[in-house]
Design a protein around this ligand. Sequence first.
Ligand code: IMP
Length: 199
Amino acid sequence: MQRETGRGRQIRRVVVATSNSGKVSELQEALAPLGWQCEGLGSVTLPEETGSTYEENAALKACAAAMATGLPALADDSGIEVLALGGQPGVYSARFGNVGSDVERNVLLLEKMRHKTDRRAKFVSVLVLAYPDGKLEEYRGEVTGQLLEGPRGEGGFGYDPLFLPDGSALSMGEMTLEQKQAISHRGRALAALLAAHGA
Ligand code: IMP
């Protein structure tokens, strides 16, 4: 596999290689200015996220979808890193505590953070756009903030209700999709992808 950065090729259709409906909405909305036709995964099954970095996992997912469909495929791997927990759950955010739902993971995170005064955290997103010939483009975005003491807001997904971005009065769960996109880790990675492709 070869890695390229920011060298936009002509694309008409792209597979959005994620089964997370929250991410699908964010990626589709953000790609609109490029005029790319976004395709779902259809019957393609994504591989296990066996990598130890966001980059490796995003590349695994994007490459599998690109090879299976013959189309360029875009995958995101992301997570939340909590300073007081040594950067956990990080790349393992989706599997944190081996519990089944976002709400259960949020309860567990709040439990681990009980009595902690340093509540600094950051979200990280790495986007990989993979082409069927094996070429890869990689884009990273981050947003820093604080973990709240309890959930705020019904919007977004995952850890959004627990995260107060620096400089924001709203938690990420209280934001509209547009507000979140303007400041979020995924929004920043997407902005870099859009710029590289001339939008
Ligand atoms: P993965 O990228 O599919 O491994 O999953 C990343 C996990 O990190 C998600 O399941 C969420 O728990 C969390 N996460 C990633 N991005 C966000 C976000 O924008 N908001 C809230 N949680 C997120």
